[in-house]
Design a protein around this ligand. Structure first.
Ligand code: NOJ
Length: 555
């Protein structure tokens, strides 16, 4: 495999311009799987610190860290027991302080994950709520209810957990009798907070200040669409609730009341200098509803999950790109683009499989095809106006590990039979840094999920300096993106006429062409060649766009 960069890339600029987040490339670090500093098989903050120069060299602007807080790890840290402490398995507050400072010295911003919809069942408030029994004021900070039926043995309503099974668990009261039920939209170890309670609102504003004082540049807000529940917690009545998710406004998701919370958070951020940001993880039925989260007095960005779910198909991509840009325009927020994260099958594997299978796959598919399309899809994403998210390891072209044995799996949804997916472990396997050695350089003590034997060949060491590698393609693309005015900036694309299956658009001084088909297609030569994921040859005025290839052109 070769790839082609026309001219040497300029050195990255600092990425600290005003409105930095509008076109920032933000790299997601999944702490348990990035780099293990102390050799216990689990990634940690020390490991991340040691790899900051790698991220700088890659050319990203900011790093988003999935949760590292004190947690029993029932959902890989998305079950927080103490929002102001680091889990000992990841390090200490001193490590976090050093990480933030060292990142800033490299002009890298740090965004931390905030998990406000639910805590861990080991959180002090929840433990006290259990101990103090019915009537305890602490129970009002969560959703405790008596059950239905004569003996209260049925859940208070028909809501289902996103991970499968009922969204309610019955507690045993301090006197040993079966008692009230509490709501958990995710695992039973993740009780939902009651956001109608002022103590919950005060607590989270205080947590925001704690981390802003630590110097973080922003927050990725987990389940941002879930905090407020419809009054009275009404039944849904439909049978397949999981199918409704993301397609309908549910009584527990995307309620209008959430927006007032984000307006108050924006005010807190406004007390701090340095353009701190809020990013919504909000799964809503439409991009228009997603735009509500990024109105001028709310959050700065929201993930574009509609884009993540789009197949490698020109027509579909164009529709989602247009819809996304149109939805963001009235609220003045940048569009965002994402292809992979820690909850979905990596895009190199999604695109290796037939379209229409969703974002949770168990089949490796045609790896070569998947990687080729993934590289083309990344170049397309990085040519769009707005901010882009890169998930650790995608710059190595990593596929999902689709054959993990059941006994090593840790995703809680895997263990809840009727759950959403259960296959998120496949995208969470620790990433390879070296060709040889224990866990391919992830750490000295193995890795918490087994890595495939072939991963040495995909390591950073194997790819660095190889002009045909996926790592060098990402480095080149990010360098060109910084160098080329107009790439990333702005709010629009100007579509150009193109044959079926090809996307072609113009931006300021730049043209992007993407052939999403499996055959070469000739098009008029758009300009001076900049970069592509496959070799491209062109003659007088015409270029043959290879199958599954994106090309960047200067005009
Ligand atoms: C979204 C997170 O990305 C996912 O990993 C987690 O399981 C749920 N929210 C619950 O916190």
């Amino acid at each position: 495999m070769t790839q082609h960069l026309a001219a040497p890339a300029a050195a990255p600029t600092t990425g600290t311009h005003t409105g930095w987040w509008r076109d920032a490339v933000i790299y997601q670090v999944y702490p348990r799987s990035f780099a293990d500093g102390n050799g216990d098989g689990m990634g940690d903050l020390e490991g991340i610190r040691g790899r900051l120069p790698y991220l700088k060299e890659l050319g990203v602007d900011a790093v988003w860290l999935s949760p590292f807080y004190a947690s029993p790890q029932a959902d890989a840290g998305y079950d927080v027991a103490d929002y102001r402490a680091i889990d000992p398995m990841f390090g200490s507050l001193l490590d976090a302080d050093a990480l933030i400072r060292e990142a800033h010295e490299l002009d890298l911003r740090i965004i931390v994950d905030l998990v406000p919809n639910h805590s861990s069942d080991q959180h002090e408030w929840f433990q006290r709520a259990l101990r103090e029994g019915p009537g305890s004021p602490l129970r009002e900070r969560y959703h405790f209810r008596t059950g239905k039926g004569e003996d209260g043995s049925e859940p208070p309503n028909d809501w289902e957990s996103i991970f499968g099974g009922p969204a309610w668990t019955r507690v045993t009261e301090p006197d040993g009798t079966p008692g009230e039920w509490y709501l958990h939209l995710f695992a039973p170890e993740q009780p939902d907070f009651n956001w109608e309670h002022p103590a919950v609102r005060d607590e989270f504003r205080s947590i925001l200040r704690f981390w802003l004082d630590m110097g973080v540049d922003g927050f990725r807000v987990d389940v941002a669409h879930g905090l407020v529940k419809a009054e009275g917690l009404p039944d849904i009545g439909a049978h397949d609730q999981l199918k409704l998710l993301g397609n309908d406004v549910m009584p527990f998701f995307d309620q209008d009341g959430v927006h007032e919370i984000y307006r108050s958070w924006r005010q807190v951020l406004g007390e701090y200098d340095g353009e701190r940001v809020l990013v919504a993880e909000a799964w809503t039925p439409t991009v228009e509803r997603t735009a509500n989260y990024v109105r001028p007095d709310e959050m700065h960005q929201a993930f574009n999950f509609q884009y993540l779910g789009t197949h490698w198909d020109a027509e579909e991509l164009r529709r989602v790109i247009d819809d996304s840009l149109a939805a963001m325009r009235p609220v003045g927020a940048p569009a965002t683009w994402v292809l992979s994260n820690h909850d979905v099958t990596r895009h190199a594997t999604r695109f290796a499989n037939p379209a229409g299978l969703g974002t949770q796959l168990r089949t490796a598919g045609d790896r070569e095809l998947g990687l080729r399309r993934a590289r083309a899809a990344t170049l397309l994403m990085l040519a769009l106006p707005g901010s882009a998210y890169v998930y650790q390891g995608e710059e190595l072209g990593l596929p999902d590990v689709t054959d993990l044995p059941d006994e090593v799996r840790q995703d809680p949804s895997f263990f809840r039979a009727t759950g959403q997916d259960g296959f998120r472990d496949g995208c969470r396997v620790p990433i390879p840094w070296t060709v040889e050695g224990s866990s391919y350089g992830f750490g000295d003590g193995g890795s918490w999920l087994p890595q495939p034997a072939t991963w040495g060949g995909l390591s950073v060491e194997a790819q660095a300096g190889d002009p045909g590698s996926t790592l060098e393609l990402y480095r080149s693309a990010l360098a060109v993106r910084r160098e080329q005015p107009g790439l990333g900036a702005g709010e629009d694309v100007e579509w150009m006429e193109a044959p079926e299956g090809v996307l072609a658009f113009r931006r300021d001084g730049f043209v992007c062409t993407a052939n999403t088909t499996g055959r070469a297609i000739p098009v008029p030569l758009p300009g001076r060649f900049l970069l592509s994921n496959e070799p491209v040859s062109h003659g007088e005025g015409v270029v043959e766009l290879p199958a599954d290839t994106t090309v960047w052109w200067a005009v």
